[in-house]
Design a protein around this ligand. Structure first.
Ligand SMILES: C[S@@+](CC[C@H](N)C(=O)[O-])C[C@H]1O[C@@H](n2cnc3c(N)ncnc32)[C@H](O)[C@@H]1O
Length: 459
């Protein structure tokens, strides 16, 4: 009996161990005390030795949290209620995303909206510094003093009314709204506080879709039986030049009119952009980024050298270089429509060129075609890159470094991707000379960085 008792004990111990190894089950509620912030905006706590990433938490604030997922080495949770509210906690700027709602009903896209703005920026700075240290291998006291700069007016509006691009989704049942946080479930809402007011005013938040022009006629998309509804999306765009635009795109049913061309503006320069093409989202982002690029690149921007603007969109940064008196700049972009606009947007200067190509192929082809004189011009020049969230990656970073430009200006919307590419560039003989961070996405966890790297020995 003693033996079987001991066997049962071992089995029980094994079961406990395996429950612990597989983590707390989804649905469990725990009291947790997060101590740090992770990339993605999650507060980080430990529970029985394992890491738990908590959405809607704040480092230093004990919370009751609901486990939503447990993986082999970590768990995910969502805060249900603070136990002792942090001095940094506020009423959520978007009531429909607030902690007093059930987690599955909280609107997504404003995951820092429960935190005072200055503290949001302090947390974003921590994420950038940590990423550059851990993934970029960067050291030094300059980095520790990095601050995330606010955009004009955001402190007066608690970081609301800045989004010039909003996508609402239409589900199978015809419900219209943003996705709920961390899901693809549509949540009808009555407000869009991060959007500029003209977009909120045009958004079909009452569930009624606008009419679509279809061929010669018009199709009404009401709520009645048999009328065409989702799934689909509603794209809302407020442009500097032409006000608010709404486009409905249904997966089945009538086609929306083709995307029009709108005008945007940065540093006093007009840019034609497709209505559904890429443009920076915060109403001050393009201006602020172009100014920051001008500031960081300016002192080493050789007017006679050859420069590259990689992932160039409609030529925002190529125009910045040209307007600074450095006209020999080639902008490279994979979307042909954007390159067409870039060509026209850059027409006021003699010198800029625009190429439709994937950056990896472009750099591979370039390497095979360069004369000694081209190499000299590129080595005196600046290469700017502004890749999508995933970053450039090792192959492209290696190819950029192989051209030996005098400086590299890296515009990044993801600090970890930036840090990984910085590591590659450091291994290839560049040093991170300066990095600035801009709060282009208040009340979200996102942060934009602009970094300057120069060849070792030239800092
Ligand atoms: C973050 S946006 C930057 C656009 C531009 N620099 C701006 O600020 O307006 C990235 C751009 O890269 C383009 N893109 C994405 N992958 C690419 C690739 N592999 N090669 C070239 N362009 C790419 C996208 O179409 C998009 O226009």
């Amino acid at each position: 009996m003693a033996g079987s008792g001991s066997g049962a004990g071992e089995a029980a111990a094994g079961a406990t161990r395996s429950a612990r190894d597989s983590g707390p089950p989804p649905g469990a509620e725990l009291e947790l005390e997060p101590t740090g912030i992770a990339h993605g905006g999650f507060a980080v706590a430990r529970h029985e030795g394992r890491v738990v990433f908590i959405a809607d938490g704040i480092p230093g604030e004990p919370v009751r949290a609901l486990i939503t997922e447990s993986k082999a080495s970590f768990s995910r949770a969502v805060a249900i209620a603070p136990l002792t509210p942090s001095e940094h906690r506020i009423q959520h700027v978007w009531p429909e995303a607030g902690i007093d709602r059930a987690p599955e009903l909280r609107a997504g896209g404003a995951e820092f909206g429960h935190i005072r703005l200055p503290h949001q920026r302090a947390l974003k700075a921590e994420v950038v510094i940590d990423a550059l240290q851990r993934f970029g291998g960067v050291e030094g006291s300059d980095l520790r003093s990095l601050v995330v700069a606010p955009m004009p007016g955001d402190d007066d509006t608690s970081g609301t009314r800045w989004r010039t691009r909003v996508t609402l989704h239409i589900d199978d049942e015809g419900r219209i709204g943003p996705y709920a946080a961390r899901s693809h479930r549509v949540i009808p809402v009555t407000s869009l506080p991060l959007a500029v007011t003209e977009l909120e005013a045009r958004a079909p938040l009452d569930g009624t879709l606008p009419e679509l022009s279809h061929g010669g006629g018009t199709v009404r998309l009401g709520t009645g039986t048999g009328e065409r509804r989702g799934p689909g999306r509603v794209d809302l765009v407020a442009s500097a030049g032409d006000g608010a635009h709404v486009r409905v795109r249904l997966e089945r049913g009538p086609k929306q009119r083709p995307a029009g061309v709108i005008t945007e503006r940065a540093r006093g320069i007009d840019f034609a952009v497709d209505e559904d093409g890429f443009w920076q989202v915060h109403r001050h982002a393009a201006d602020a980024l172009a100014e920051t690029v001008a500031d960081l690149a300016g002192p080493r921007l050789d007017p006679e050298a050859q420069h590259l603007d990689l992932y160039g969109g409609v030529g925002l940064f190529a125009a910045t270089f040209a307007s600074l008196g450095a006209p020999y700049v080639e902008t490279v972009e994979s979307a042909a429509g954007a390159t067409e606009h870039a060509r026209r947007n850059l027409a006021p200067w003699r010198g800029p060129t625009a190429v439709t190509a994937r950056v990896d192929r472009y750099l591979r082809d370039l390497e095979g075609e360069l004369t000694a004189a081209d190499r000299t011009d590129l080595a005196a020049g600046t290469i700017l890159l502004d890749p999508p969230r995933a970053g450039a990656g090792r192959e492209i970073a290696n190819a950029i470094a192989a051209l030996r430009p005098a400086q590299i200006i890296y515009v990044a919307c993801d600090p970890v991707a930036l840090a990984r590419d910085v590591r590659t560039l450091r291994d290839d003989g560049y040093v991170l000379d300066e990095v600035r961070a801009l709060d282009l996405f208040p009340n979200t966890h996102h942060v934009e960085c602009v970094a300057r790297l120069v060849r070792e020995g030239t800092a």
